[in-house]
Design a protein. Structure first.
Ligand code: OAD
Length: 251
C-alpha cells in the first residue's frame, strides 16, 4: 500500500469511528480472495466464460434445466468449500464491537458474510444455497417447502411438472420482498457508505451509492479497478477487500 492510500485508509477509519450509521455495500470482489470467482473481471469472471442469459435467467433455465441446475450445483460446492476472508472478518468484527451501527448490504449469493458473523446482512440477490420452486405448485399452490421434491437434476414435484430452482435472483426478476426498500432506507440514513468489490453494473444495487451521496453521506469505494460508480465517491481506495478492510476497521 502506498503512502497516499495509507492516508486515505486512516481518513476513512476516523470517519467510521465517528459515524453513527454506516452502510457497507458488497459485491463479488468481496469474496474473490476466498476463491469465489467474480462475474465481470476479464479472464477470470464467470460472465467471460458463460452466457448469463442461459445461466441466470428463467428462460435459460426453462430451455435447459439440467445444464443450469448442474452449473449452480458446481458453484454451490465452491461456496461450501470457501472460507470467509480477512475482509469478511473485519466487517463482522466492526458490527460486533459497535452494535446497531452497520447495515451490511450484499449482492453476493454466497454465505460468507453470514458465516463470518454478519447474520443480518441484507441479501439483494438471494441465497445460492437455498432451493425454491420455479412456479406455484399446481398440485398444491400453498406448497412452499421443496423438501417434498423428488431428487433429480433438478428435483421435481412428485405431482406436477414443477421444478426446483436455486434461490438466487435472475436477470429480469424482482428482488426479494422488502430487501431493496430496507437497503435504500439505510443508504439514505447513513453517515458513511463504503462500497466494496462491485463493478456497479447491476441495478438497482448500483444506485445505492447515489442515494447515500445525495442524502449527504461520505461515500468511499474500495476496488482494485475502476467501477461504473466511481463518480459517486468522495474517496477511492485502490486495493482488495482482504488487504484493505482490516486496516479500515482497525480500532
Ligand atoms: P462483478 O463481477 O460485476 O464485479 C466485481 C468487482 O470486484 C470488479 O469491479 C472487480 O474490480 C472487483 N474486485 C475483484 N477482486 C477484488 C478484490 N479482491 N477485492 C475487492 N474488489 C475486487 O460483480 P458484482 O458487481 O457483484 O448477480 O456483480 C453484480 C451482480 O451481477 C451479481 O450479484 C450477480 C451478477 O450477475 C446475481 O447473482 C443475481
Amino acid at each position: 500500500m502506498d503512502e497516499h492510500t495509507r492516508r486515505d485508509v486512516a481518513d476513512l477509519r476516523v470517519r467510521l469511528l465517528a459515524a453513527q450509521k454506516v452502510c457497507v455495500l458488497t459485491g463479488a470482489g468481496m469474496s474473490a480472495e476466498s476463491g469465489i470467482p467474480t462475474f465481470r473481471d476479464a479472464q477470470t469472471g464467470l460472465w467471460a466464460k458463460f452466457d448469463p442469459m442461459q445461466l441466470a435467467s428463467e428462460a435459460g433455465f426453462r430451455s435447459d434445466p439440467r445444464l443450469v441446475w448442474d452449473w449452480y450445483e458446481h458453484r454451490r460446492e465452491g461456496v461450501r468449500r470457501a472460507l470467509p476472508n480477512a475482509g469478511h472478518l473485519a466487517l463482522a468484527g466492526y458490527a460486533r464491537r459497535r452494535p446497531g451501527r452497520l447495515t451490511l448490504i450484499t449482492q453476493n449469493v454466497d454465505d460468507l458474510h453470514q458465516r463470518a458473523g454478519n447474520t443480518d446482512a441484507l441479501r439483494l440477490h438471494g441465497d445460492i444455497l437455498l432451493d425454491r420452486w420455479l412456479e406455484r405448485c399446481t398440485h398444491q399452490p400453498s406448497l412452499l417447502d421443496v423438501s417434498s421434491a423428488v431428487p433429480g437434476r433438478p428435483p421435481k414435484c412428485p405431482h406436477c411438472a414443477n421444478l426446483v430452482r436455486p434461490g438466487v435472483v435472475w436477470f429480469g426478476e424482482q428482488l426479494p420482498d422488502g430487501v431493496m426498500e430496507a437497503a435504500e432506507q439505510a443508504a439514505f440514513e447513513c453517515d458513511v457508505m463504503l462500497v466494496v468489490g462491485t463493478s456497479g453494473a447491476v441495478w438497482p444495487a448500483a444506485g445505492l451509492a447515489q442515494v447515500a451521496r445525495e442524502a449527504g453521506a461520505h461515500v468511499a469505494i474500495l476496488n482494485p479497478q475502476e467501477s461504473a460508480i466511481d463518480g459517486e465517491a468522495h474517496l477511492i481506495l485502490r486495493g482488495t477487500a482482504a488487504g484493505v478492510l482490516p486496516g479500515v476497521f482497525a480500532e
